[in-house]
Design a protein around this ligand. Structure first.
Ligand code: ARG
Length: 575
């Protein structure tokens, strides 16, 4: 495995310290894991807390820090090494930092930060997965955009991402839909209203079924017909699916997202029997009120339902069949499932069943949950029909952005395209920027604020950097020989230190399956850059100073574009 070839101060310190402690059983890995970025940079740029070392060395932490300080030679990477109580603090020497980070960004361009940590291992990512005949609503936005970021960053880190859109195209709800269609719908109305009409029928089914439970019976019967390949049932099901896919595709086109596989739940219909047989053979299947279950009481969970009384399969059954198939097909080293938190128990249950079946790779199945998306405090649900469609949300965002552009910069070329890039960027960033476990409340004022912590703010900062470089007619080569000491003032140095963190933050985002780490990082970078821009004029009479500052601007531009790209957000050069 090729370890990263980027400047890594933690690695350097780990080697220095473990070198000094060679006689003990403290190794570089342990030191590496202990290093922190102090919240207050007055003290230093990196700190080694000595509490843990104290347990091994049987000495007081401040004493260890003091001894290490006298034994470590800071040059050339550090300007000084100081102690503060139990901490050993390292201050970076500016020149190697500047030369190294900026030189490498200039050299690597858009591949800066990419590395081969995955060594070609496959990561299967199951995301988006909207349900056929239901609207693609804002709730599916999170899954779609989080999954897409994971897809991008794992590829960036040398894994092979496999993106799977596990469409919800199977299940009792299709029985409900056919029942409703036969009772209250018509071909003409569906052709006219498309998903909106299908949703109307679905909602009507639920209201009517409350008064008349025989409708549920009818719906189950229709779904059984689908499972058994009844011609009329299948024909209707296919038709509803086509209508839905067309609508979904419009949304994916706006978002610029595509998948390696669209194998939805129905794809596994013919693979269910083998799973059920295997469960029987392994003595895991039990009867309960006529249904077939796997008992999970021993693990503190309710039973996992495998087959209903009438023999039809369930959500978990199809997920198990899909996991077995994916393992065989892709030989994944990890399989991620990006869904709302409400499904946590479902995943715990069937992951356990796979484990009980004797598959050690059950440990490689990971549920990546996220919180709810609210729009101005309103919950989004399908049954009540009060849903905000993702497509409407995106088109509104684009429209609102266009209005802002008309007002602020009416002569901008390619206005429509830029309004699309920025409007979509605002929505996508809004869904990604909060820690994924937390609920998101989406508000237009916030998402479209060009000065707030938003997608448009990042895009605007990127465009500003582009415009400076354009004015100076700066090309990458022009910068190669710049004088690092010209970037010694605090505002410039702050930017370089933030640039330095990029590769590390990408890895953290991948390790924690947390796109918001990249969002936070890019906001920090943009804010540092805007402070620098405020403090330091770039185009000045001193040619060498100008060149050094332009190199900095160009590096910021490169990483903003790369970061936005990983988030699935466009980075227009002008706006
Ligand atoms: N279609 C499901 C839903 O909308 C999500 C599917 C998630 N993936 C999975 N393998 N279960 O709730």
């Amino acid at each position: 495995m090729q370890k990263n070839s980027y400047l890594d101060y933690k690695r350097i310190i780990a080697q220095l310290v473990s070198g000094v402690l060679a006689e003990t059983n403290i190794d570089a890995e342990m030191i590496y894991g202990l290093l922190e970025y102090p919240p207050n940079q007055e003290l230093g740029d990196l700190a080694l807390p000595c509490f843990q070392l104290s347990k091994v060395l049987k000495k007081a932490p401040p004493l260890i820090a003091a001894q290490l300080q006298t034994q470590i030679d800071p040059a050339p990477y550090f300007a000084e090494v100081q102690t503060a109580g139990a901490y050993l603090n390292f201050r970076l020497a500016p020149e190697p930092l500047i030369t190294n980070v900026l030189g490498k960004i200039l050299e690597c361009g858009s591949s800066y930060g990419a590395q081969n940590l995955g060594d070609g291992e496959k990561i299967v990512i199951d995301y988006s997965a909207p349900n056929i005949a239901k609207p693609f609503h804002v709730g599916h936005l999170s899954s779609t955009v989080i999954g897409n970021v994971l897809y991008n960053i794992f590829n960036f880190l040398g894994f092979i991402s496999v993106g799977i859109n596990y469409l919800g195209d199977w299940g009792t709800q299709f029985g409900k839909l056919i029942t409703a269609y036969k009772k209250w719908g018509s071909e003409a109305e569906v052709k006219q209203g498309l998903i909106k009409e299908l949703t109307r029928l679905y909602v009507k089914f639920h209201t009517e079924a409350e008064a008349d439970p025989t409708l549920d019976e009818e719906a189950r019967e229709w779904f059984r017909k689908i499972e058994n390949g009844d011609e009329e049932a299948l024909k209707l099901w296919k038709w509803f699916k086509e209508i839905s896919l067309e609508e979904f595709q419009r949304v994916y086109d706006i978002l610029g997202i595509s998948f390696d596989s669209m194998a939805g739940e129905s794809f596994y219909n013919d693979k269910i029997k083998a799973v059920v047989d295997e469960l029987k053979e392994k003595n895991l299947l039990e009867e309960s009120d006529g249904a077939s279950i796997v008992d999970l009481e021993l693990y503190g969970m309710p039973p996992c339902l495998i087959l209903k009384k009438d023999g039809s399969s369930l959500y978990a059954t199809r997920d198990i069949a899909a996991a077995l198939y994916r393992k065989k097909t892709y030989q994944f080293s990890k399989a991620l499932y990006v869904t709302g938190m409400a499904q946590s128990l479902h995943f715990q249950q069937w992951f356990k069943v796979v484990e009980l079946m004797g598959y050690d790779w059950a440990k490689d199945l990971v549920h990546v949950p996220f919180g709810l998306v609210n729009l101005k405090g309103e919950k989004l649900s399908t049954r009540t029909g009060r849903v905000v469609l993702l497509e409407d949300l995106l088109t509104t965002a684009i429209q609102k952005t266009l209005e802002i552009i008309e007002e602020k910069n009416p002569d901008l070329p390619q206005k429509a395209q830029i309004a699309q890039d920025v409007g979509v960027g605002a929505v996508v960033f809004g869904a990604l920027s909060v820690n994924r476990i937390k609920d998101v409340t989406f508000s237009w004022e916030e998402a479209l604020n060009f000065d707030g912590e938003t997608g448009p703010y990042l895009q605007y900062t990127h465009a500003r950097a582009c415009s400076i470089l354009r004015k100076a007619d700066f090309q990458g080569e022009t910068g190669i020989n710049f004088e690092p000491e010209k970037l010694n003032e605090p505002a410039a140095l702050k930017v370089v230190k933030t640039l330095y963190l990029f590769p590390e933050r990408i890895i953290a985002a991948a390790t924690e399956y947390e796109p918001s780490i990249i969002c936070r990082y890019l906001i920090d970078l943009a804010q540092d850059f805007n402070w620098f821009y405020h403090e330091c004029q770039v185009l000045v009479a001193d040619q060498d100073l100008s060149r050094a500052r332009l190199v900095l601007v160009s590096a910021v531009k490169t990483l903003l574009a790369t970061g936005l790209g990983l988030l699935g957000i466009k980075a227009p050069e002008q706006m």
